[in-house]
Design a binder for this molecule. Structure first.
Ligand code: HEM
Ligand SMILES: *[C@@H]1O[C@H](CO)[C@@H](O)[C@H](O)[C@H]1NC(C)=O
Ligand SMILES: *[C@@H]1O[C@H](CO)[C@@H](O)[C@H](O)[C@H]1NC(C)=O
Ligand SMILES: *[C@@H]1O[C@H](CO)[C@@H](O)[C@H](O)[C@H]1NC(C)=O
Ligand SMILES: *[C@@H]1O[C@H](CO)[C@@H](O)[C@H](O)[C@H]1NC(C)=O
Length: 523
């Protein structure tokens, strides 16, 4: 049984409970029920008592329940549990969840960097296969267990996205498409004080433009959009392994996306119009032993997810937070105006993407919202040096072969020692003048900011992601006057903890008015 199977037991029970009994039943009674079942059925009490860790291993918390360990509190709302354990044990500790040893590591000085930089003793693809490839993205067995081929695919993604001309080519398509979504011929052409949900606006426009940039004009964007969004909304049900009958819509939505991808990849004339990234990855599949359409559709589904599930909400949060602060919005609008050239009717994108205030807003957005857990499977016993709250006190710990390492980026990003008032979005936090004040500890703690991970598997989509966010920000504020009509919603954490850039708890309604004349710099 895996961690997600344990989640399934807990969640399945909670669902049945709620369906068969009153809807107000609390989780407490469910946990109690599940505890009794676990003890009776598994009979692993003795094993639980004997569980432990050697003295060279991280502090070990076996949790209250035999076999399940801390699975229930972890499945329900990991953040309070992790915070509590971090306060007690520091930057490394191991929890026991449904038969798995999971080491939580959040060391901004040494630990995380060592794990991220080591491909000999830890593996990302094994982690993905263990926790999600087949269950979530429907990787075929043949692909899921061919770790070498997965590594080759990643190398290809990295090489294409690190090539400036190839990246700029995609970004050009993205820009043109984004503009066409909102320009004077689009459905928002006549917006005049219309109240819209900003998240829906961002998600649709960004998804559409980015799908066009990656997959070309032959991609069935309209057919895939709704089901893909549905899949993302139901993601926790997949992670907790709800049985199919409790997640029928999620399953159907995922199947629809996969079917559309399969027919796309069976039509070489459509694939030929897609980006170099998609074409070269596809070519690798056709010349490998993984030639069935199901092999590539599962993989491309995962790529769409890695990309869109993070970059769409990130671009939304940056725009939303700027709009929510009238003074900041005015400053950003004057920057946009400054880099607009009426002669060419275009923008100086390089200057915009490097502008210190815009960069700071983007960094702050990821600091607060990039709620990613980076995971690794330990493939050989592995020693890691971990700091005990300061660079002068460190200790070596041995991580066991077969265990799992999870590095929660939010545990780094929400540390009040580094970022005072950590749950507040402060657009100017990362400006040079706030160093030492709103961002503390300097270069030695540079791992305290790691939205892209680091080392061998650092996110290859990071340049694309910042361009996406800036393109949306610039075009939206240049074309529309945007006024919030309510407070910005808080991010939704709870059982979505660790599942990627956070989504909003509710819609964010804003008033959109098409500008009659272009933005002018404030003088
Ligand atoms: C704001 C948006 C994004 C965030 C916060 C983000 C975050 C991350 C992080 C933290 C990792 C490292 C995972 C690990 O080491 O365990 C990663 C990997 C990856 N990301 Fe992103 N990402 C974003 C956007 C994108 C985009 C736009 C793409 C588009 C192609 C992308 C593709 C990937 C891929 C393919 C990997 C795996 C790399 C590997 O296996 O070596 N990401 N991302
Ligand atoms: C990570 O490892 C590579 C070699 O594999 C090395 O060149 C690089 O300096 C290392 N980075 C850090 C931060 O240790
Ligand atoms: C829409 O904008 C384009 C370019 O900005 C312009 O050429 C065209 O005349 C505009 N159409 C209308 C109806 O305003
Ligand atoms: C990975 O960790 C092992 C064991 O701790 C160590 O011997 C090896 O040098 C590390 N490799 C890198 C690239 O850091
Ligand atoms: C870590 O530091 C704290 C105080 O800062 C101390 O109480 C604790 O014993 C230290 N732990 C180790 C393993 O050195």
């Amino acid at each position: 049984m895996s961690i997600s199977d344990a989640f399934a037991v807990a969640s399945w029970r909670s669902q049945t409970w709620i369906i068969l009994h009153e809807p107000t039943a609390t989780m407490f009674s469910l946990e109690f029920f599940a505890t009794v079942v676990a003890i009776l059925v598994s009979g692993t009490v003795l094993q639980h008592v004997l569980l432990g860790a050697a003295s060279d291993e991280p502090p070990f918390i076996k949790g209250p329940i035999p076999y399940l360990g801390s699975a229930l509190s972890f499945a329900r709302d990991p953040q309070p549990l992790l915070n509590r354990l971090q306060k007690t044990y520091g930057w490394i500790f191991t929890i026991y969840v449904a038969g798995q040893r999971i080491t939580m590591l959040s060391d901004p000085i040494f630990g995380n960097r060592q794990v991220w930089n080591n491909s000999t003793c830890v593996s990302l693809s094994r982690f993905v296969t263990k926790f999600g490839a087949e269950n979530l993205f429907k990787y075929t067995k043949s692909l899921a267990y061919d770790f070498e081929f997965q590594e080759q695919l990643t190398k290809k993604v990295v090489s294409v996205l690190n090539s400036k001309p190839l990246l700029m080519d995609m970004i050009q398509t993205l820009k043109v498409t984004y503009l066409s979504q909102i320009d004077n011929a689009s459905r928002s052409a006549n917006c005049d004080g219309d109240v819209i949900d900003l998240y829906e606006y961002c998600r649709h426009n960004m998804y559409y433009s980015s799908a066009r940039a990656l997959f070309g004009p032959g991609f069935p964007t309209d057919e895939v959009y709704r089901p893909y969004v549905r899949f993302e909304e139901d993601i926790t049900k997949f992670l907790k392994r709800f049985p199919r009958f409790l997640n029928r819509e999620g399953h159907n939505a995922r199947q629809k996306v996969l079917d559309e991808l399969t027919s796309f990849f069976m039509d070489s004339s459509r694939v030929a119009q897609s980006s170099v990234l998609v074409r070269s990855l596809y070519e690798m599949f056709t010349t490998s032993t993984h030639q069935s359409p199901a092999d590539s559709s599962g993989y491309f589904f995962a790529i769409i997810f890695a990309s869109k599930s993070n970059s769409v909400p990130a671009a939304f949060w940056m725009l939303a937070n700027i709009i929510a602060d009238a003074e900041l919005k005015a400053e950003v609008e004057s920057i946009i105006a400054k880099y607009y050239d009426p002669k060419s009717d275009g923008f100086d994108w390089t200057a915009l993407v490097e502008d210190p205030l815009i960069v700071s807003c983007f960094k702050e957005t990821l600091r607060l919202n990039a709620n990613v857990i980076s995971g690794r499977q330990v493939t050989q016993d592995f020693n890691v040096k971990v700091a005990n709250q300061s660079e002068d006190h460190t200790q070596e710990y041995r991580l066991r072969k077969g265990s799992t390492i999870m590095m929660s980026i939010s545990m780094l990003h929400w540390n009040p020692e580094v970022y005072p008032d950590p749950m507040k979005w402060i657009g100017k936090r990362f400006l040079e003048e706030n160093k030492g004040n709103l961002v503390r500890h300097g270069e030695k703690w540079r791992g305290a900011y790691s939205p892209w991970g680091s080392g061998a598997h650092m996110c290859p989509g990071r340049f694309l992601a910042i361009y996406e966010a800036v393109i949306q920000l610039v075009y939206t504020l240049a074309i529309f006057d945007v006024e919030p009509v309510e407070d910005i919603p808080p991010p939704l954490i709870g059982d979505r903890y660790g599942g990627g850039v956070l989504k909003a708890e509710r819609p964010y309604r804003v008033k959109l008015t098409r500008r009659k004349s272009p933005l002018k710099p404030v003088t």
